[in-house]
Write a protein that binds this ligand. Structure first.
Ligand SMILES: Cc1cc2nc3c(=O)[nH]c(=O)nc-3n(C[C@H](O)[C@H](O)[C@H](O)COP(=O)(O)OP(=O)(O)OC[C@H]3O[C@@H](n4cnc5c(N)ncnc54)[C@H](O)[C@@H]3O)c2cc1C
Length: 416
């Protein structure tokens, strides 16, 4: 028996590692020349540095991502503050504050003015409880009110970052799922974590090494074109260069983004639509952080939303950034530097060298309607499972969702 896994993003890699570790024979097929999909690093010639396609934030409560990192021996490649804290700056007023959840499940931190956003009141946080009973049709904005200090300085930035969808359109239910798995458990589960040396060094390369050690077969430059079926089974995978016969005892996992899946299985229903994430990476004139440290800063009142600083590289994330992605890179770099220079209290000119990375289909548009189209792990074909951040994990399309979907697919194969 062999398991054929198509797609070497985090969902495919997580499934492959679990199955190979359980003793299954595994082949991974990937259309590009590298693994990691939407979560990868590359050397940029302008900055002469290894940068990520986009800053990726994880939380210590991301149990599937942490289990995956343990499986590939890479948990210690993450870094973050010793305690759960989220510093913010308001680019309009210059106000700075830090959100500091306390240890344990009783959130007394919301009672302390110094631990929550300025001008917010403890009772404003109670609005979050409405997320618990939000109907599937509700958006974040509808449930949380759409205005007020706490909404603008906390809920909206959190929702846009987690769901990569404007809060007026984003589904409320997955945000509740995030809160229950992180903030609801207290500080130990909501420590922000990032890859110290980059995404590939933490999440991709150690997985490929582990797979090689377990004897898995990884084939790059294999784009799946069609899937042939007979008697409710996948029988043949047709790639650009070659075809693979799927034996009756074999299993198949397609770990592809929604549109990729639709192109190989046209009958399947998948969420339509996506949103962009734009990242701008600047090489600062001198280091702001010591080697190995990464700082995180939430920005409100500007274009930039989150700022990550590693040594002398400052990287900005703008989510739900479809309009920004349509602008020229030069304009984006200049505009975003206004925010970064203000946040880091650096001169506004000259603008340092930068690289703009536009991921136009960063995630699917996570609207209430799209949630109904998330696929189950087990497809209607007996030997085919589906994985990917967009499948029905209940979570926003994140690393945690991708890894969890990969683990779910691996479990389904092992059970069958
Ligand atoms: C800029 C950006 C910032 C992000 N920030 C965060 C963050 O801060 N925190 C967080 O948790 N998540 C973040 N995400 C989301 C996270 O990157 C994704 O949820 C996750 O990487 C998705 O993994 P996946 O395996 O489901 O899909 P993918 O990574 O898309 O993997 C699918 C793989 O399939 C391959 N493929 C496609 N079609 C075919 C085919 N026909 N044949 C063979 N192979 C094929 C692709 O090349 C790819 O390697 C961000 C994403 C982006 C783009």
């Amino acid at each position: 028996m062999r398991v054929h896994i198509v797609g070497a993003g985090l969902a495919g890699l997580a499934a492959a590692v679990s199955l190979a570790a359980a003793g299954r024979r595994v082949t991974v097929y990937e259309s590009s020349g590298h693994a990691g999909g939407r979560c990868r690093s590359f050397h940029d010639s302008v900055l002469d540095a290894v940068i990520d396609n986009g800053n990726h934030l994880m939380m210590s409560g991301n149990r599937s991502a942490m289990a995956y990192l343990d499986e590939i021996g890479a948990r210690d490649t993450l870094t973050g503050p010793a305690v759960a804290e989220f510093p913010f700056v308001d680019l309009d007023s210059g106000a700075r504050w830090t959100v500091r959840p306390n240890a344990g499940p009783i959130p007394w931190w919301i009672l302390c003015a110094g631990r929550r956003p300025p001008a917010s009141r403890a009772r404003d946080f109670l609005a979050a409880l409405r997320l618990r009973s939000a109907p599937p049709t509700a958006t974040v904005e509808e449930v949380l009110g759409g205005s007020g200090s706490l909404y603008e300085t906390f809920w909206e930035p959190l929702a846009v970052a987690a769901l990569n969808t404007p809060a007026a359109q984003a589904a409320a239910q997955p945000l509740w799922q995030v809160l229950t798995e992180t903030f609801a458990h207290g500080a130990a589960s909501c420590r922000p974590l990032v890859a110290r040396k980059g995404l590939s060094a933490s999440l991709v390369d150690p997985a490929l090494e582990r797979l090689a050690a377990l004897g898995a077969d990884i084939r790059f430059s294999h784009r799946l074109k069609t899937v042939q079926t007979r008697d409710n089974l996948v029988t043949h995978l047709e790639f650009t260069e070659t075809g693979v016969v799927v034996q009756p005892t074999d299993a198949v996992i397609l770990a592809l983004p929604p549109q990729g899946l639709k192109s190989v299985l046209p009958g399947v229903s998948v969420p339509e639509g996506s949103h962009a994430i734009v990242n701008v990476h600047y090489r600062l004139p001198s280091p702001v952080m010591a080697h190995g440290d990464v700082s995180l800063l939430g920005l409100v009142g500007g274009v930039a939303q989150w700022l990550f600083v590693r040594h002398d590289i400052a990287s900005v994330t703008v989510s739900a950034a479809d309009d920004l992605a349509d602008q020229a890179a030069e304009l984006i770099g200049d505009r975003v530097w206004t925010d970064v220079s203000r946040a880091l209290e650096l001169p506004s000119a000259p603008v340092p060298p930068f690289r703009v990375v536009k991921e136009r289909r960063a995630t699917f548009a996570q609207t209430p309607a799209a949630m109904l189209l998330r696929a189950k792990t087990q497809s209607s074909l007996a030997n085919l499972c589906l994985a990917g951040d967009w499948t029905d994990t209940g979570l926003p399309a994140t690393i945690e969702s991708a890894v969890r979907s990969g683990h779910a697919a691996a479990d389904a194969v092992l059970e069958s």
